[in-house]
Design a protein. Structure first.
Length: 202
């Protein structure tokens, strides 16, 4: 295993990939990494992993069957069977579960979980938030402690959030629910009905 792993590391180094240290780095033979990407200790690639150019991966990051765009940073992250765009900031301490797509220049911050969801360009899910079974537009800001309440004990439902929305801290979005473009939710609100575009829901 050590010999096979070192062969992968040697191949990537010859292609211009940088390693701070190879300590704890375990890379699938099927991985592809772009030039000038920097890999930190404790990084693990499993299955078909593709990482673009000029990225920073790690420390302590696991990528499983996923695609990462150019210039993305993943710090203490777990990403499984998902696609991440370019210039995305991930972590520290966050998880992207299967079936997710993160668009360019988004931010998925600390203690955040994304599951089976699409996150639009320049959308910020900065901290302590769960987004599951959701379709989120561009330039949306999630306040701390937001939850998409996607499960009623029997079935799971989807949440839809338009472009340029502001989701206040500690908002519960009880799916199925839609928040229109440019809408706001007040901090601490539990949203059970659709929010019209440009409206404030309390």
């Amino acid at each position: 295993n050590q010999i096979a792993n070192q062969r992968v590391i040697d191949r990537l180094m010859a292609q211009g990939v940088e390693f701070v240290s190879t300590h704890g780095v375990v890379l699938s033979p099927d991985c592809e990494v772009g030039a000038d990407t920097l890999i930190y200790p404790g990084t693990i690639f499993k299955g078909q992993v593709t990482v673009g150019k000029n990225c920073e991966i790690g420390p302590n990051t696991m990528l499983i069957n996923c695609e990462i765009g150019d210039g993305t940073v993943a710090d203490n992250a777990k990403i499984d069977a998902s696609v991440v765009g370019k210039g995305v900031k991930l972590g520290p301490f966050m998880q992207i579960r299967p079936g997710s797509k993160i668009a360019d220049f988004a931010k998925i911050g600390n203690f955040t979980e994304i599951k089976n969801s699409t996150i639009g360009e320049k959308t910020s899910v900065a901290h302590l938030t769960y987004v599951g079974d959701s379709d989120v537009g561009d330039r949306v800001n999630f306040g701390c402690g937001t939850v998409t309440v996607n499960y009623d004990g029997i079935n799971k439902f989807r949440t839809t959030i338009g472009n340029d929305c502001f989701i206040g801290c500690n908002t519960n979005l009880v799916s199925p629910v839609t928040v229109g473009d440019g809408a706001y939710t007040a901090a601490g609100s539990t949203i059970t009905k659709d929010v019209p575009a440009g409206a404030l829901s309390i």
